[in-house]
Design a protein around this ligand. Structure first.
Ligand SMILES: Cc1cc2nc3c(=O)[nH]c(=O)nc-3n(C[C@H](O)[C@H](O)[C@H](O)COP(=O)(O)OP(=O)(O)OC[C@H]3O[C@@H](n4cnc5c(N)ncnc54)[C@H](O)[C@@H]3O)c2cc1C
Length: 482
C-alpha cells in the first residue's frame, strides 16, 4: 500500500472515531485483508501489543499457556512505565497496617511475584518491605532497579518462547467486521502484517483499540512526567538534614548493596524545608518522594507538566519534552543549592520520552466504579484481587480488604477478540487511581494473556470463554483468588 492510500484510509477511519473535537481525528490505519495481502507476513496465536508494565506479563502468560505468542514493542527494551514513572510498585498486599486485627495478605502473586523473586536474586529489588510511616497509604514498599527490571523481564520473555519484535511500532489493524485478523507493524525491516487469533492491547495509549475501531475518550486528567535518577547523593547527610528540620515524610527501610536497614523509600514534609527550594520545586512540578535500592542514589524524582489539551497532540507533547528537560536541570540545581548531601549530585538517568498516567480510555463491557473498589466488591468473573488505592486515605478499599477485577472490564466493546489492559481501562478518575497502578497492570497482564491464549487455542472470541476454564488456568499459574 502506498503512502497516499495509507493516509486516505486513516482519515476515513478517523472520521468515525470518538476523539475530542480539539484533536486531529486521524489516528492511524485500518485495513481489509485484501489491502495488505502483498506485505510480508507472519502468523501467531496471540499478539500482545506493547511490552510495558502489563504487556510483559501478558506475553509470558500467553506463551506459558501454550499459545504461539508475539510481543510488539516500539522501544528496545521491556517494562514501560514501571521502569520510567513510578516510585514503588503499588501494591502486592492489602493495606492491613491501619486496621488493627486485619491480617497481612499477599493479594497479587503468580508471575508478578516471580519477577520480584528474580529481581531480588540479582540485587534489583529489596523485596516487599513494610512502611514505617504513612502505612494507611500503602503498608509495604516494593522498590525496583529499573535497569535490572528491563533485563530480567526480557530474559523471562525469551525463556517463555515469545517472539519479541522490539524497536517495532504497531501502526494499524486488519479488520474483518468486528474481528481483528492481524496488525500492521513498522520497523527498519519495513512494513509487515502479523496475523493472530487473539489480541491484547497493552500499549498504554490504546493504539490497537483505536485502530480496531473501539470507542474511547481522552480525559487529559493527569500531568505528563519524566522521572530522573539522581546519583552521588550523600544519603546520610540528606536524611539527617530532613530529620533535624522535622521534614521526614514516608519511610521504609530494607537491605541492599550488602547493607541492612537502608532507606528504600524516603518522602519529605515540604512545609519544613527552605521556602525557596519548596517554591522552586512547586513551580517546576517536581515531587520529592523517592525510592531506591542503591546506596547514595535516588531512583525516581518526578518532574510533571500540564498539557494544554491532549497527550495525543504531537506538538504539545514535543513542547513538553523540551520544557520538562529544562525543568529537570533547574530542579537539580535547586537540590544542589539548598539541600545538604546534594552538592555533587547529578542527573544519571532520564526517561527516553515523557510518560503519562493515562491517554485514551477505552470503552469495555464493564466499567469498574470507585464505589465497587472502595466497597471491596467481588464479582462472579473476577480474574485477580487488588487492595491499593492511590487516593488513600481519602478513598481506600474497605477495612483493609480487596476487590475483584472483573473479566468484563477488559473485553473491548464492539471488538470480538481484543482485550484492553493497563492504564487505558476504568473511566472514573477516582477508580482509575486504583486500577492504573503497576501491580494491578501486572495482574491484568497475567489474567488477560492467559485468557487470550485460551481463546486462541479453543478458536473462540473473548465473550465465548468459559470463566471456570480461565479461573482454573489462573490458579494453576499461581494467581490468588479467594
Ligand atoms: C509519572 C508517573 C508516576 C507513577 N507512579 C506510580 C507509582 O509510584 N506506583 C505505581 O504503582 N504506579 C505508578 N504509576 C502508574 C503506573 O506506572 C502506570 O499506570 C502503569 O505502569 C501503566 O502500565 P501500562 O502497561 O498500561 O503502560 P506502559 O507501561 O506504558 O506500557 C506500554 C508499552 O507499550 C509500548 N507502546 C506504546 N505504543 C506502542 C505502539 N504503537 N507500538 C508498539 N509499542 C507501543 C510502550 O513503549 C510501552 O512499553 C505512575 C505513572 C506515571 C506516569
Amino acid at each position: 500500500m502506498d503512502r497516499r492510500h495509507f493516509l486516505k484510509s486513516s482519515l476515513v477511519l478517523g472520521a468515525g472515531m470518538a476523539v475530542s473535537p480539539l484533536l486531529p481525528s486521524c489516528v492511524g490505519g485500518t485495513y481489509a485483508a485484501n489491502e495488505v495481502s502483498e506485505l510480508p507476513s507472519m502468523r501467531f496465536d496471540v499478539i500482545v501489543a506493547g511490552g510495558g508494565t502489563a504487556g510483559v506479563l501478558a506475553a509470558i502468560a500467553a506463551a506459558r499457556t501454550g499459545a504461539k505468542t508475539a510481543l510488539i514493542e516500539w522501544k528496545g527494551y521491556t517494562g514501560g512505565i514501571i521502569t520510567e514513572g513510578g516510585t514503588a510498585l503499588h501494591s502486592f498486599f492489602n493495606i492491613w497496617k491501619p486496621y488493627p486485627g486485619v491480617a497481612k495478605k499477599q493479594l497479587v502473586k503468580g508471575i508478578p511475584q516471580e519477577i520480584i523473586d528474580r529481581l531480588i536474586k540479582v540485587g534489583g529489588c529489596a523485596g516487599h518491605v513494610e512502611m514505617e510511616t504513612s502505612y494507611d497509604y500503602d503498608s509495604v514498599c516494593t522498590a525496583i532497579d529499573t535497569e535490572m527490571y528491563k533485563l530480567v523481564t526480557m530474559q523471562m520473555i525469551r525463556e517463555a518462547g515469545v517472539y519479541m519484535a522490539l524497536n517495532t511500532m504497531l501502526c494499524g489493524a486488519v479488520m474483518a467486521g468486528e474481528r481483528i485478523e492481524g496488525v500492521i507493524v513498522e520497523s527498519r525491516a519495513g512494513r509487515e502484517v502479523l496475523y493472530a487469533k487473539s489480541f491484547v492491547d497493552s500499549t498504554g495509549y490504546g493504539d490497537l483499540c483505536a485502530y480496531a475501531g473501539a470507542r474511547f475518550t481522552v480525559p487529559n486528567d493527569y500531568k505528563v512526567a519524566n522521572s530522573m535518577g539522581i546519583a552521588n547523593v550523600d544519603m546520610n547527610r540528606y536524611y539527617d538534614f530532613l530529620k533535624d528540620n522535622n521534614a521526614l515524610g514516608q519511610i521504609a527501610r530494607g537491605s541492599y548493596d550488602g547493607l541492612d536497614s537502608q532507606l528504600v523509600r524516603l518522602g519529605t514534609n515540604n512545609k519544613n524545608l527552605p521556602t525557596e527550594f519548596v517554591k522552586g520545586l512547586k513551580d517546576l512540578s517536581v515531587a520529592t518522594i523517592t525510592t531506591t535500592v542503591h546506596k547514595d542514589y535516588l531512583m525516581f524524582i518526578k518532574c510533571g507538566y500540564d498539557l494544554p489539551t491532549s497527550p495525543l497532540n504531537r506538538d504539545e507533547v514535543s513542547d513538553a519534552e523540551v520544557q520538562i528537560r529544562i525543568n529537570q536541570q533547574k530542579a537539580i540545581e535547586l537540590y544542589r543549592k539548598y539541600i545538604p548531601g546534594f552538592e555533587k549530585a547529578f542527573i544519571s538517568r532520564t526517561n527516553p520520552s515523557l510518560c503519562i498516567r493515562r491517554a485514551r480510555c477505552i470503552e469495555c463491557d464493564y466499567d469498574l466504579s470507585n464505589e465497587d473498589i472502595t466497597n471491596a466488591i467481588h464479582f462472579d468473573d473476577e480474574v485477580f484481587l487488588y487492595g491499593f488505592h492511590d487516593s488513600a486515605p481519602k478513598y481506600s478499599v474497605k477495612n483493609g480488604g480487596a476487590y475483584g477485577f472483573p473479566y468484563r472490564c477488559s473485553c473491548v466493546k464492539n471488538v470480538d477478540n481484543l482485550y484492553a489492559i493497563g492504564m487505558m481501562v476504568t473511566s472514573e478518575h477516582s477508580a482509575h487511581m486504583s486500577t492504573r497502578n503497576t501491580v494491578s497492570c501486572m495482574a491484568q497482564g497475567q489474567a488477560f494473556g492467559t485468557a487470550a491464549a485460551l481463546c486462541a487455542l479453543k478458536g473462540i472470541g473473548s465473550r465465548e470463554l468459559v470463566y471456570t476454564d480461565l479461573r482454573e488456568q489462573l490458579i494453576a499459574g499461581g494467581v490468588y483468588l479467594e
